[in-house]
Design a protein around this ligand. Structure first.
Ligand code: 6R9
Length: 649
């Protein structure tokens, strides 16, 4: 935000949804957790660390003697892979399915914890044969197949840090990440299935590795069977090397602060940041939040997180959270509309999914496709619905609860970041009276608030910047190789507090609403207005499925609001509708928030993790040459939008 003006508090939401009585009565976590954590925050986390199995129990909780460089449970030792796999087998749950895999072409596999233990052990032995040692880095570039989980756990098992790169990223992006992390091994596949076709992965690795001489070997998983280039001596088939390994592997215990992974944030500007996470604190919070926020009952629940493994949500809520908790989960390889728009709901019905975790972008897409598709499937197994990745518009929240959750399933809107490692602000499904569109309350043991430009906490009913006021176990430890950038980016804007980069407001009850990245906030006639609120107002019109709003330079108002909207299934684009939409925003939020221009489009530019790239829309709205488009899912979207744009008035 560029002025001292706080974010205008425009949106009013009066709807409330109490937790279902049955869920509340049997909930894993009750309101007492907030009290306990408030009375003794570090004691609370020390207790949560005991969810894990330690080779050496920690006696220290937090070492904050050199802020902002934290150490959690520093004198404890554990093996993360042992915690995610072996201990469940030892506890007698070896026959429980860990992963129900659903390939896009319809191939399926059920992998039990006992089988997962064998696969991870073989892979760990293979990594050892290839010279991978504690402290090394391994790059992982894979589709959504079970071997992605196995590869990550095998790295953890031998103490090597993985750096997972989105399967959709270019050779350039992969090369720069391999280089930055100095990875000696790359794990990839010939290809994967997307939209009904095999897509290639290996050529990007061949190109990337030709520029990164530190890579000694490329381990290749055969998924599609397509022809690929092969470099003798360097390339090794995964199935060949793992087949000759023993299924026995003794996990070594590592220090709690042993690096577990590096994950590069999509980085809308500048060089990508390698976010470093370590072992004991990270796993404690991933495990606790998965248990608390989804109310996971490992014996009976079937959990499904639709994220890609290359995103932090895949790390914490496909791999480390659910597996440390012994969950049974679904992993789906492909896209939601292959071969038909009901594919996800077919999967929910088939496996009896009870907990679903997805992103607002997907929910808005389903709204656009129409209510009748999910209505054709039996979704009654669902009991908790989660959302992550962007602010969820109140109407999308209501749609999710109604059309997916049968009108009674709680929705938990979970705010967190790659940097925070695990969930930070979220309702608890058995405790919180939910408000559509709000992440509401910091989780037990987490301290967050909203401050103004001068770092003063804002009163209820006002907006500003979201900050985290105390260290937390799964916090990033640094930016890989760049401690100074870590300090500058997160800890310098407000003394002693972590600056998340998100705008937020506190409502009259003190609940937190996330309002998007501060770089996206608009300044209209001296008022800071959040893009999120204007988008939510547009989405609350029955004819709008999705929208993206930007502030474009304007000679009279400083910035003017330009809105891009996607209409719902049957709605027709017309001049009258655009007037109606402007008036609707005016009525919902007030005249100051009325968009100056509204354009209907068929797609919006998004990152692979589903976040709208407003920066590119701002370029379009201001008639500029487009900035970097390399992290877009589909770069043709911008051509379509530009064609649509009438000459500026
Ligand atoms: C987990 C993840 C982090 C940014 C974050 C914020 C946005 C994520 C949100 C949310 C509002 C939520 N974000 N969850 N905004 N409500 N429930 O998405 O990590 O890819 O690092 O993105 O995503 O802007 O700062 P990451």
């Amino acid at each position: 935000m560029s002025s001292n003006e706080s974010l205008a508090n425009l949106l009013k939401e009066e709807r409330r949804f109490a937790p279902p009585a049955e869920l509340a009565a049997a909930a894993n976590v009750t309101a007492a957790a907030y009290e306990q954590a408030k009375a003794d925050r570090l004691g609370f986390w020390a207790e949560q660390a005991r969810r894990l199995t330690w080779a050496t129990e920690p006696t220290q909780t937090l070492d904050w003697s050199n802020p902002p460089f934290a150490k959690w449970f520093a004198d404890g030792k554990l093996n993360v892979a042992y915690n995610c796999v072996d201990r469940h087998v030892e506890a007698g749950h070896g026959d429980r399915v860990a992963i129900h895999f659903e390939g896009e072409p319809g191939d399926t596999r059920a992998i039990t914890y006992a089988e997962l233990k064998d696969e991870v052990s073989r892979a760990a032995n293979a990594l050892t044969e290839l010279g991978v040692r504690k402290g090394d880095r391994v790059a992982v570039y894979l589709p959504m197949i079970p071997e992605a989980v196995v590869a990550m756990l095998a790295c953890a098992r031998v103490g090597a840090a993985h750096s997972v790169v989105f399967g959709g990223f270019s050779a350039d992006a992969v090369a720069s990440r391999i280089d930055d992390a100095d990875a000696k091994l790359v794990i990839t596949a010939d290809g994967g299935y997307r939209r009904g076709k095999p897509t290639a992965l290996k050529p990007a690795i061949d190109e990337a590795v030709s520029r990164t001489p530190q890579v000694e070997h490329v381990l290749v998983i055969r998924r599609t069977g397509q022809d690929i280039g092969w470099t003798e001596g360097r390339d090794i088939w995964w199935h060949e090397i793992t087949a000759r390994q023993s299924a026995e592997h003794t996990p070594e215990a590592f220090e709690a602060e042993q690096p577990l992974f590096i994950l590069y944030t999509s980085g809308t500007t500048g060089k990508p940041k390698g976010i470093l996470h370590t072992s004991g604190g990270y796993l404690t919070q991933a495990s606790y939040t998965h248990h608390a926020v989804f109310d996971l009952k490992a014996e009976t629940d079937v959990y499904w997180c639709t994220a890609d493994i290359g995103w932090v949500t895949g790390h914490s809520y496909i791999v480390y959270g659910p597996l440390s908790n012994g969950a049974t989960q679904v992993i789906y390889e492909g896209t939601p509309d292959t071969p038909h728009q009901g594919r996800w709901w077919e999967i929910v019905e088939k496996y009896g999914v009870t907990i679903l975790y997805t992103a607002p972008t997907a929910i808005r897409t389903f709204m656009k496709w129409g209510d009748d598709t999910p209505a054709k499937f039996d979704l009654t197994s669902l009991r908790v619905l989660g959302s992550v990745g962007e602010p969820i518009n109140p109407e999308a929240w209501i749609w999710y609860r109604e059309h997916i959750g049968g009108g009674h399933t709680p929705v938990v809107d979970t705010w967190w970041q790659t940097e925070t490692g695990a969930m930070m602000i979220s309702p608890l499904p058995g405790v919180t009276a939910a408000k559509p569109g709000s992440a509401q309350t910091p989780l037990p043991g987490i301290s967050a608030t909203v401050v103004d430009d001068e770092a003063n906490e804002v009163p209820d009913g006002s907006g500003g910047y979201l900050v985290l006021t105390e260290p937390w176990p799964s916090m990033l430890r640094t930016i890989w190789g760049d401690d100074q950038r870590y300090i500058d980016t997160y800890w310098s804007r407000f003394e002693g507090r972590y600056f998340a980069g998100d705008g937020a407001k506190k409502d009259d009850d003190g609940d937190i609403w996330l309002l998007g990245r501060v770089d996206d906030v608009m300044l209209i006639s001296g008022h800071n207005i959040s893009t999120t609120e204007v988008e939510s107002a547009l989405v609350s019109h029955p004819k709008v499925a999705e929208s993206a709003v930007v502030g474009a330079t304007d000679p009279t108002t400083g910035q003017a609001i330009v809105a891009f909207v996607i209409l719902r299934g049957t709605a027709e684009d017309s001049a009258e509708l655009l007037v109606e939409l402007r008036d609707h925003v005016g009525k919902t939020l007030g005249p100051i928030a009325k968009p100056k221009r509204i354009l209907t489009v068929s797609e919006l530019p998004k990152t692979r993790s589903g976040k709208i790239m407003r920066r590119l829309l701002r370029d379009v709205a201001e008639n500029r040459v487009l900035g970097d488009v390399t992290t877009l899912t589909d770069s043709t979207v911008m051509d379509l939008i530009q064609q649509k744009l009438p000459a500026a008035p």
